[in-house]
Design a protein around this ligand. Structure first.
Ligand code: GTR
Length: 424
């Protein structure tokens, strides 16, 4: 009777004490696979950057297929606009977008732009967890048509969103505050690209774009849910570029937690994003995996029975569970790909699971790439006291409180955006 239990991998205790972090070595992102040190911006761009992308694809997120051909069928419909939204302060538009043609998946793009801004406005773009209608108190926002988890939104018996969840995540989006500061907000439900559940890919872009469809077997190096969401952020940017009220040159991609991981991967790969913001993206996001602090590779990627999210990552990732020292990279490689563009990494003191110090160190070890490319990066900033924002073209703060996106986070992001995305 005991035998099956013995076969289950036992999960080591979660490390929540800095003193218990084992010694680890952080690979130098500026050393090429053949051992050469990157000594010029050209060498970074032409030699090392592609290597770093491939390392992240092979070991962490998988390779996003080239969809250039399928995107020729990109089409959209404007479902609704209101030039007097949010009490007259904003213009709301809701587009239905079919990024790879009408036989493929569609997403609902909700956009608010500030009426006070003449011409094209800078904007924040992020995926949401439970449907566009959860992000704002605005009854005109359409409910998603796709599967939604009851963890994030009120759903009916078939996991379709209901009116009851309108505005439930509004505090995380702060649309009025953004509009008042001269920024737009665009958001898409992540489940429009891939519902966040183990079988979600069958309803999303991954099955549609795979020749084997719902019979696809995913191998090492193949993309996973984070890749699908990242791809989706780029398709949302394609659509935003067609919106006459949006300055597509000044779009910050932002995400929280699992969707912060997706925002980082999107911002790393798609250099059209002007600014990249990670809100508590944690393990598989900004935090160094080799510290093994809080959530680990094994916990997140499904090494232990009954927990984790193996479908977020390429299958190879979980093989590093309890073998993080064998990983030929760490998450600062992801952050380094944002350079020379501005990057913001944010943590919360009470969000130990995401390893705040590990998120700061992700930025710290990426910093040399920003400086090589002529940007000030962290500007020498050390791990700051709670509540203090530091850094130059890499911003960082750890605010008090728990895992969330708060007004305090947004105030820091808006200050950072004023510095790097101000009207030109
Ligand atoms: C947790 C997961 C974290 C983070 C979080 C979230 O369960 O372990 O890595 O992604 O979910 O997305 O809120």
């Amino acid at each position: 009777m005991l035998l099956p239990l013995l076969l289950l991998a036992a999960m080591p205790p979660v490390i929540d004490d800095e003193a218990k972090v084992p010694p680890y070595t952080v690979p130098d992102v500026l050393v090429c696979n053949d051992g050469r040190k990157v000594d010029s911006p050209v060498m970074w761009q032409q030699v090392r950057r592609p290597e770093v992308v491939k390392l992240l694809e092979d070991h962490v997120y998988g390779h996003i297929p080239d969809t250039t051909e399928a995107q020729k069928k990109f089409t959209y419909e404007v479902r609704e606009t209101d030039p007097q939204a949010l009490g007259g302060k904003a213009t709301r538009s809701q587009w239905k977008v079919w990024p790879v043609g009408k036989t493929g998946p569609a997403f609902d793009l909700l956009v608010y732009t500030p009426n006070e801004v003449k011409g094209k406005a800078p904007l924040f773009l992020g995926l949401n967890f439970g449907g566009n209608h959860t992000t704002v108190e605005d009854k005109a926002v359409f409910l998603p048509a796709t599967w939604v988890s009851k963890q994030w939104a009120a759903v009916d018996g078939s996991n379709r969103a209901t009116d009851k969840s309108r505005g439930v995540q509004a505090s995380r989006w702060q649309v009025e505050r953004l509009i008042a500061r001269g920024y737009g907000l665009a958001t898409v439900y992540c489940g429009d690209f891939e519902p966040d559940q183990p079988q979600g890919w069958k309803e999303g872009v991954r099955a549609y774009l795979s020749p084997q469809g719902v019979n696809t077997v995913w191998h090492d190096g193949d993309w996973a849910a984070i890749g699908a969401w990242s791809w989706g952020l780029s398709r949302a940017l394609d659509a935003l570029a067609l919106n006459p009220k949006v300055d597509a040159q000044r779009v910050a991609v932002i995400g929280h937690s699992r969707l912060g991981k997706a925002a980082l991967w999107a911002g790393a790969l798609d250099t059209r994003f002007a600014v990249v913001i990670s809100n508590e993206s944690g393990c598989g996001g900004a935090a160094l995996s080799k510290r093994i602090f809080g959530e680990t590779v094994g916990i997140i990627a499904g090494a232990y029975p009954g927990r984790g999210f193996p479908y977020w990552f390429t299958p190879k990732f979980v093989t590093y569970s309890e073998k993080e020292d064998l990983m030929p990279l760490d998450q600062h490689y992801l952050l380094a790909l944002v350079a020379p563009r501005p990057l913001y990494v944010a943590s919360a003191e009470g969000d130990r699971w995401s390893d705040p110090k590990g998120e700061y160190l992700g930025a710290y070890y990426a910093d040399p790439v920003f400086r090589l490319l002529g940007q000030p990066g962290l500007g020498g900033a050390e791990f700051p006291p709670v509540g203090q924002a530091v850094g130059k073209s890499i911003g960082y703060h750890m605010r008090p409180g728990k895992h969330d996106v708060t007004v305090e986070d947004w105030e820091h992001y808006l200050t950072f955006a004023d510095e790097w995305m101000k009207a030109k």
